[in-house]
Ligand binder design. Structure first.
Ligand code: COI
Length: 356
């Protein structure tokens, strides 16, 4: 019939499209908003906690039981990692094993079953391969992968969900902030803390993000790029920014808040520390008093989505402290080495990149 023929035709034209090297995207104007790609990957756990092999399906809405653990009791974790297309055409993932292990740690904290490290990486790889045409050309950004783990099984009373879903989707992205690569102006939030001791600040629980949206909205409405949070206990130490870790540069020393349970152990954070140590900098992971912001020459934020972003100023109460930006040499050096390794232009001697 005519209808069947048109279905077949559509299928063929889709297959042809998906064979193309690049999707139809304005690669010069990517920000960090969702671009629909072709496929997503999903697998579900059974009651013994083992996940089925999983499969790719067309990217689209998912169906959930209204009593699902994620909807009622917040059993949910996110991850974030990027696939880069190198100048030589290779597609590279950066340290996906660390994302997999972080998800496992988070799952333990949230009483959830989680896929193995291998299974996590396999799901991410399949998602990238199926969406290869959405990986931006070299220098134009990356395919941001968002693995999710959530309670999909139903429970009416407060209890761990009987079933979990691991799902991976992606979106091509470039700069996280609307500022692009311009320096960030941060506002120190004194009322709302991001995390508290014994809470979930150290894992990538979805519930770490909702509670800070109002503080972010207020800061953004006053022209700031983002919020820097203080510790909940004393309100005297800086912790992190809404979606990134923070570093201060003081001479040859680089200082960042220690991961004591309230700070998210960022993979970019960890990698930047390792690069800085290799370069001969001294790195201090410790409590960082808000007063110390005045003594830093350079300040930068790190994150998978953020990259290594220069901070131009930080406003605390009524005092605005400014930092070196154009000649922020330490920040620039760390950024260029990290990006070089991630994109394959600097040889990976640490076994950090995974070619797919
Ligand atoms: C990331 O850097 O990948 C994040 O997860 C931060 C944010 C977008 C939630």
């Amino acid at each position: 019939t005519k209808a069947a023929a048109s279905v077949v035709e559509e299928h063929i034209s889709r297959a042809e499209r998906e064979d193309e090297e690049y999707a139809d995207v304005d690669w010069d104007n990517l920000g960090f908003s969702l671009v629909r790609t072709d496929y997503m990957f999903a697998t579900k756990s059974s009651s013994d906690g083992n996940f089925d092999q999983g499969y790719l399906s067309r990217y689209g809405n998912i169906e959930l039981n209204p009593a699902a653990g994620i909807l009622n009791y917040g059993q949910g974790l996110i991850e974030g990692l990027k696939a880069y297309r190198g100048e030589d055409g290779r597609v590279l993932l950066f340290r996906p094993d660390l994302n997999a292990m972080r998800m496992k740690m988070g799952a333990e904290r949230m009483c959830m079953h989680s896929p193995s490290v291998q299974h996590f990486i396999e799901g991410v790889k399949q998602t990238v391969l199926a969406n290869r045409r959405w990986v931006p050309p070299p220098g134009k950004g990356s395919l941001y992968l968002r693995p999710l783990l959530f309670g999909s099984g139903a429970s009416l009373g407060v209890a761990a969900a009987p079933e979990y879903t691991f799902l991976v989707f992606g979106s091509p992205v470039q700069n996280y902030f609307k500022e692009g690569t311009a320096a960030l102006n941060l506002y120190v939030e004194e009322v709302v803390p991001r995390a508290y001791l014994g809470g979930t600040g150290g894992v990538k629980a979805i519930s770490n993000y909702g509670p800070v949206l109002e503080a972010m909205r207020r800061a953004k409405s006053r022209g700031f790029s983002d919020v820097l949070y203080l510790d909940a206990e004393t309100g005297k130490n800086i912790e992190e920014v809404s979606a990134s870790n923070i570093f201060l540069v003081k001479g040859n020393t680089i200082v960042t808040p220690a991961t004591n349970g309230t700070i998210l152990g960022g993979i970019t954070r960890k990698s930047v520390i390792e690069i800085a140590l290799d370069l001969g900098y001294k790195v201090e992971e410790r409590s960082v008093a808000v007063e110390e912001l005045k003594d830093a020459r350079e300040v930068f934020c790190t994150g998978t989505a953020t990259g290594v972003a220069s901070v131009g100023s930080i406003t605390f109460q009524n005092t605005r402290t400014e930092y070196k930006v154009g000649d922020a040499l330490v920040t620039q050096q760390l950024r260029s080495i990290l990006v070089g390794i991630q994109t394959g232009s600097i040889q990976d001697t640490k076994d950090w990149v995974l070619e797919i």
